[in-house]
Design a protein. Structure first.
Length: 122
């Protein structure tokens, strides 16, 4: 029974410390600012994605409508799209390779006692 009370007093005394309370408030405020910024950026990203989808819809409609493009122009556009797809595959493979190397480097740093993740300053 006495052991339980001692633990409760320690927990209360840790929270009652004014310095800790001030740090907690500052951290919470910083977290709220970061979350607000993130929400704003997500809203912007959503708007940009909607605009991009509208552009794709318009281009698909114009591409599909008869009489707009000659068959040669259609083939040219399709060849360009195929080229973009191949470039996209190459970029994806490169990014995957880069991520694997970073993970390996991070794992080797963890074994040497260095931190693997650095937090950005807000």
């Amino acid at each position: 029974m006495a052991n339980k009370r001692t633990k409760e007093k320690r927990a209360k005394s840790k929270i009652d410390n004014p310095k800790i309370q001030k740090l907690l408030i500052e951290n919470f405020t910083g977290l709220q600012k970061a979350m607000t910024n993130m929400a704003i950026k997500f809203e912007s990203l959503s708007t940009q994605m909607s605009n991009l989808l509208e552009i794709f819809e318009l281009s698909a409609k114009s591409f599909a409508s008869p009489g707009q493009n000659t068959p040669e122009e259609n083939k040219d556009v399709l060849n360009k799209i195929d080229t973009l797809l191949e470039q996209n595959k190459t970029l994806a493979k490169g990014l995957i390779t880069l991520e694997e190397k970073l993970r390996q480097k991070s794992a080797s740093q963890n074994t040497s006692g260095l931190p693997s993740i650095r937090r950005p300053q807000i």
